[in-house]
Structures are given as structure tokens and as C-alpha cells.
Design a binder for this molecule. Sequence first.
Ligand SMILES: [Cu+2]
Length: 140
Amino acid sequence: MPPLLPALLLAAASPAAVASAVHVQAAWSRPAAAGAVGVGYAILVNDGARPATLTAARSPAARRMSLHASTMSDGVMHMAAAPALTVPPHGRVELKPGGYHFMLMGLKAALKPGDRVPAVLTVDGRPLRVEFQVRHDLPR
Ligand SMILES: [Cu+2]
């Protein structure tokens, strides 16, 4: 099949075929009741030379998962859905209390310390698997 080979080489060399340079560290969550809203925090690390953008997230543990950003204004904490989050080249972004975070709406089961919550993030259009470890007694 000689005609196939050049096409495969081209595909491998195109940017779209390069695996995401982003990985996830220290993903954690808090205990929550079934049906309630859970949270997800993590550090997104970009080892690549280009910006990488998170555009979506989903989890089989919740009806819906979305990215939120918290901001302080007039001494009051507000949060709103954020459409995307870009991790700079050779940089990192920490999702943490008071900043960017994931919301897990409509938890299908309670989250207890020690549980692991699987999720799939979409980064640069590619799936990135993550597991949030449910912990308690963490500094805020
Ligand atoms: Cu939120």
C-alpha cells in the first residue's frame, strides 16, 4: 500500500495529530451529598511550547460539569461560568478555592473522603482524563 504511507506521515506531522502537552496534577474534590453540587480543583500543567485551552469537562458522576471562575468584588465572592481557560506554554494554572474551579451539578451519588471522581476534560479539542480525589480538612 505505497500510497497510504505518505498520507500517514503527513498526518503524524500535523499539529492536530500531536498529543496534548497538558497533564493534570493534584486533582481533588470535597465531600458532597447526592444530588448536590460538587467541586473539582486541579493543577493544569502545560509542558508544550504553545498555549493550551480547556473548553469543556464532563463526568459520569454528575449530570453536568462546568468550569467556573470566582472573583471578589466589593468584598463579596461571586462566581460565574467561564467559557474556557488557557494554560500558557511551559506554564501552569491552578484551579483552587476562590479561583477557577469545576462544578459538578447533580451528583449521582454522595462524594465521601477517599472516593475518586472520574472526569474527562477537553483540552485543545482532545480528551484528557482526570480523577479527583475526595478529601476533607484542606486549607481554603
Ligand atoms: Cu462555581
